[in-house]
Write a protein that binds this ligand. Sequence first.
Ligand code: PMP
Length: 365
Amino acid sequence: MTSTVTVPAALPVRPELVGEVPYGAPQLDVPVCLNVNENPYPPSEAVVSDIAAAVAGAARTLNRYPERDALALRADLAAYLGHGLAADQVWAANGSNEVMTHVLQAFGGPGRSVLSFTPTYSMYPEYARNTHTRWLTAPRGDDFTVRTADAVTAVEREQPDVVILTSPNNPTGTAVGLDTVAAVCDAAPGVVVVDEAYHEFARTGTPSALELLPGYPRLAVSRTMSKAFAFAGGRLGYLAASPSFVNALRVVRLPYHLSAVTQAVARVALAHAPEMLAAVDSLRTARDELARALVARGLQVADSDANFLLFGRFADRHAVWQGLLDRGVLIREVGPEGWLRVSAGTPAEMAAFTAALDDTLQEQR
Ligand code: PMP
């Protein structure tokens, strides 16, 4: 499989790339895929036909470069976010992966550093490596929370140019309180990014760091349409911040980074926001029911505000992961040793997962 080929030392690549493999969860053709925190519900036929019409419209202009600043899309994203935001306070790119790369290109770089709280999203160190930014970490507590005092101490000690707070965090599902975000913003010498990729799945009433934007010009909040919005294949991530923060990202982006097709299709999805988000409640219910089912089986489950659960602990987690895969259920072997991560899915997927898990654990007893 090409994805497992390492970069050979014989090639004159940057030394830090020797031995590296491309990032990515295995993409396997199995009946039940619960490994990358997607929304399992595809768009309705009505949305599909509006998307097809928008693609046809964009196709008629493909001889021209797309609108470079994607202003109409950014205005739609601002309207979706609310909080009085306008298009010049919103940035968009091909997934929040690209948004975060823009942040590190603009605010990190050689001689600079980025701090986050581990265990956390495994792509962050890769963005850091790719932008020559030093990757720094501070540990989360045993319950995977970020305690305000510990975060402030780490920020004061490391003086990072960028802090990433992930809320809810991947792979643990843990949310970060706004008091912690505000304290980190007060202590940080550089910029702070709150990665809210999974915010829509948080328990009702969980506030967004968007609320803090008016008071903190060096704060940014990143979001994605890949998770709750059921638009992972469309590749659209975005970020809200002050206009000058957004302007710094505009300086480092590649020209015409968002294709005409991406812009058009994302705007259709946003126009159908209530429908695209309709499954969020049932996915939250699936998550909470699954958490209870796992606890009833004597397993540990991290408290989650996202559409996935980190559960364990297993003496040999790889054997459990493999046992599930052998039964047609793909989950993710990620996070601290002994833990596994499973995405919330449809009722049928959840039933298949628990049946496969029971079978696997029975066999390994
Ligand atoms: N942030 C977090 C915390 C994530 O878990 C992910 C995807 N797994 C992303 C960002 C990137 O998502 P995308 O590039 O699809 O927007």
